[in-house]
Design a protein around this ligand. Structure first.
Ligand code: XMP
Length: 520
């Protein structure tokens, strides 16, 4: 998806990413305010940035220090371009430094809640009152303002907690307005966008649909598109968008790779045959995938193999239907970011998501990825607007490499059986449990260890299953669900008693970061 939304006449805001874990959250907040927003790495040139015709620029935070020669910086010409700028945390420090101010290391890191006192009336804090609870996370601070800037707010530990130069429309805040813990954070961001940068807002999913349909039509012309259907939300929404754009020149292909959950292949076939009776094709390629994965333990190798196998199957299918130049898939924004490290920015590549990184270089298909700029909840919203059934939209995210990345170590038929049966118990138990509404994902992971147990009079030496139940809104961060002990007890007892080959269950109590949701 390009950055400019036709219906809002190119009203785009760019977040220059210095590697903060909150960068994506800033993007989401700006979009929630009705302004299309996208990320560029901090290394982007002024020319590259201006080619997106942005209305404003936000500088993100960073895990690094703004003090010293190694500090990540940006093209200085950007700050001379006349664009309204809001620097957040590190973004404020780098703005101060590049404009001639002084940034220093603080004696103690300020982390967590702080009380912000607004020093006087100004546009950034308009309508926010004089005292606000804000969220801080920094070790450096702006010790001297750049020329022409004024201090706008302070906390007890940070004398310059916000700064601005109204004439240049350049502002900085040391705290994080994008996180929920900051009172009036959305109001502050809104003030920057609408009062200072002159955005009009009004970007919505309807605009997105119109733009995406236009772009798909332009990209594919009168050609046919193979649409890779996994049965998950993303590929279903991609298929619906394609159908709207090019009708039955969309050929939806569902590949049963043998790595799906219990009963999933049948469920997908049933749902899609009803929804798209003309263009739905279902292929059984389980043997091929399992053969290719035999003995492979390394998670990244598994992903690559699965990516390659998918492409092989799609090539064969394209040949069978008389050729297709395009392959569509439901790649999301977080997939793009996590596979290639924040738009090429300084945060590390964590794992290669099959949708993006697992594809071979000699793909031969041109990719159509209309959801590349969206987050999961935006995709659900889009699906709803396109009229997809709730049953389809509410499905939990499921990784492209499927159960292969939930079996730690080699994938075998028997290990697939165990993880599938254990996963089914997790789903059944949670379906009947309404204690948490924001469970993002719940599943079973098969560990490559055996432990000793006793069943009846017999000693057992069997497998361990781990159960993660993650709460999240966009999977960029996640926390584990505080499920009650009675619930966990019942789940563990069901898995141990009902799934042959398991004698121990452990519950995953790791947040993301530093962990990830999937174990591989
Ligand atoms: P992690 O494990 O990185 O996962 O915290 C974040 C979200 O992405 C899903 N995920 C994947 N999706 N291919 C995908 O299509 C993959 O290889 C992959 N790995 C993780 C994961 O299920 C979670 O929702």
């Amino acid at each position: 998806m390009s950055g400019s939304a036709k219906t809002t006449e190119g009203e785009t805001v760019v977040v220059l990413d210095f590697g903060s874990q909150y960068t994506q959250l800033i993007v989401r907040r700006v979009r929630q305010l009705g302004v299309y927003c996208q990320i560029l790495p901090h290394t982007a040139s002024c020319e590259e940035l201006l080619s997106l015709r942005p209305k404003a620029l936000i500088l993100s935070g960073s895990p690094g220090s703004a003090v010293g020669p190694a500090a990540a910086d940006m093209d200085a010409a950007i700050l001379e371009s006349g664009l309204p700028v809001l620097g957040i945390c590190y973004g404020m420090q780098i703005l101060a430094r590049m404009r001639g101010g002084v940034v220093q290391k603080a004696r103690a890191r300020e982390y967590g809640p702080a009380v912000l006192k607004v020093d006087g009336p100004n546009e950034l804090f308009e309508g926010c009152g004089r005292t606000l609870d804000v969220w801080m996370s920094h070790g450096d601070f702006v010790a001297e303002l750049p020329q022409g800037f004024s201090g706008l707010a302070h906390t007890s530990g940070t004398p310059i907690a916000a700064m601005g130069q109204a004439a240049a429309k350049q502002y900085g805040v040391q705290f994080h307005p994008e996180v929920e813990h900051t009172q009036k954070g959305i109001k502050i961001l809104g003030n920057f966008l609408f009062r200072i940068a002159g955005c009009r807002g009004g970007w919505s999913m309807k605009d997105f649909i119109e733009d995406a349909v236009d772009q798909i039509r332009t990209q594919v012309g009168d050609q046919r598109v193979l649409c890779a259907l996994s049965g998950g939300v993303d590929s279903a929404v991609t298929a619906a968008l394609l159908n709207r754009a090019i009708g039955d020149r969309t050929v939806c292909v569902f590949v049963d790779n043998g790595l799906l959950r219990l009963g999933e292949a049948e469920q997908i076939r049933r749902l899609f045959r009803e929804e798209h009776p003309l263009s739905f094709r279902s292929l059984d390629a389980a043997d091929k995938f399992l053969l290719a994965l035999r003995g492979v333990e390394d998670p990244e190798k598994k992903r690559k193999i699965i990516g390659e196998m998918f492409v092989q199957v799609f090539r064969e299918e394209a040949a069978r239907i008389g050729g297709a130049k395009f392959l569509a898939q439901g790649t999301l924004y977080p997939d793009v970011i996590e596979s290639h490290s924040a738009s090429g920015g300084p945060s590390a590549t964590i794992k290669t998501h099959h949708n993006v990184g697992g594809l071979p270089d000699d793909l031969e298909f041109e990719l159509v990825e209309p959801l590349r700029g969206l987050f999961k909840d935006e995709v659900r919203l889009l699906g709803r607007q396109l009229g997809l059934p709730e049953q389809m939209l509410k499905r939990q995210p499921f990784p492209g490499p499927g159960l292969a990345v939930r079996i730690i170590g080699a994938v075998t038929e028997d290990r697939l059986r165990v993880v599938r049966e254990a996963d089914a118990r997790v789903q059944e138990e949670l379906r009947d449990y309404d204690g948490f509404s924001d469970i993002w994902q719940s599943f079973a992971v098969l560990l490559p260890v055996k432990t000793v147990g006793g069943m009846g009079d017999d000693r057992t030496y069997a497998t361990v299953v781990a159960v993660p139940v993650a709460m999240s809104t966009a999977a960029m961060t996640a926390d584990w669900a505080r499920l009650p002990p009675e619930f966990l007890e019942r789940l563990s007892s069901r898995i141990i008693n009902e799934v042959k080959g398991v004698n121990r269950v452990v519950y995953d109590i790791s947040p993301k970061p530093p962990s990830t949701i999937e174990w591989e």
